[in-house]
Write a protein that binds this ligand. Structure first.
Ligand code: V07
Length: 253
């Protein structure tokens, strides 16, 4: 008689984990933390870390598309990030245009759609224009959704949803008794995307920092000490592998 020994499946194969094609997450959200720390360790300015972090995005997007991930939601700029030094914020606001200048052709080739969540209206005009152009140019693509959280905060998102909902109740577009989870979700930035299955946070911080507060209710969390600029395909696969080997219960047994 042989016992089932699930740990035997956990073999590491030539530096990569044996991923099956089942139970892959459809929606992966990432908090790309540790860019400033990566730069500091090298005696470089923080912005050098942000630039390197942008290179990591390109790498991970290519890899995620290979695994048929449907949505990748990346925390690029939070509502708290305005508190950073002015020069750093100005640099960050140039990154969307830079990213798209060099990467839009590849997004088109791979049929990837760019979307955003967050309050775009408060971004500098040049940043908003770059982002809107990317959304427009990729709107016909029907492959993976590359969703950037820009000027995003989870509480701000919930509050704007409540305001719109209250306005709809007032103008009789919505009845109080019809407010349920599904109806409420339709007022969030992420609508009609399904909630993330997996959240990855790099750089050793174990918190969610106002990210997707409503949407992460049943999400599996995966943390690593690796800094975002050092994050690579192998790390990403490890996260997918660990996800596949967790049992999700959604509150059941
Ligand atoms: C930003 C680079 C990645 C590390 C984390 C923070 C810094 C890509 C974008 C972007 C956003 C919208 C878009 C295309 C690209 C971006 C900001 C910061 C503000 F349509 N990276 N990246 N935006 N970082």
């Amino acid at each position: 008689m042989f016992m089932k020994m699930p740990f035997l499946n956990r073999r590491k194969k030539q530096g990569s984990y044996k991923l099956s094609n089942d139970n892959l997450p459809e929606h992966v959200a990432i908090i790309m933390d540790g860019n400033g720390r990566w730069a500091k360790k090298r005696g470089l300015p923080r912005v050098a870390g942000h630039r390197e972090g942008m290179m990591t995005i390109k790498k991970i997007v290519r890899h995620a598309a290979k695994f048929n991930i449907k949505v990748l939601t990346l925390y690029a700029f939070s509502t708290e990030n305005w508190k950073r030094p002015k020069t750093e914020v100005e640099y960050l606001m140039k990154l969307p245009a830079e990213f798209l200048d060099t990467y839009l052709p590849e997004l088109m080739e791979n049929n990837i759609q760019v979307r955003t969540i967050g309050q775009l209206s408060d971004l500098p005009e040049h940043t908003r224009q770059a982002v809107e152009l990317a959304i427009e140019k990729t709107v016909q693509n029907d492959g993976m959704i590359l969703n950037f959280a820009l000027n995003y905060g989870g509480r701000a998102e919930i509050l704007q949803a409540v305001q719109k909902l209250a306005a709809d109740v007032k103008n009789e577009q919505m009845k109080v008794e019809d407010i349920n989870e599904e109806a409420f979700s339709s007022y969030l930035y992420t609508y009609p995307l399904k909630d993330p299955d997996l959240l990855i946070r790099t750089s050793g911080e174990i918190r969610i920092s106002n990210y997707l507060l409503w949407q992460l209710a049943y999400t599996e969390f995966w943390f690593t000490d690796v800094l975002w600029p050092d994050f690579d395909e192998e790390q990403f696969e490890k996260a997918l592998y660990d996800f596949q080997n967790r049992k999700r219960r959604f509150g059941g047994v």
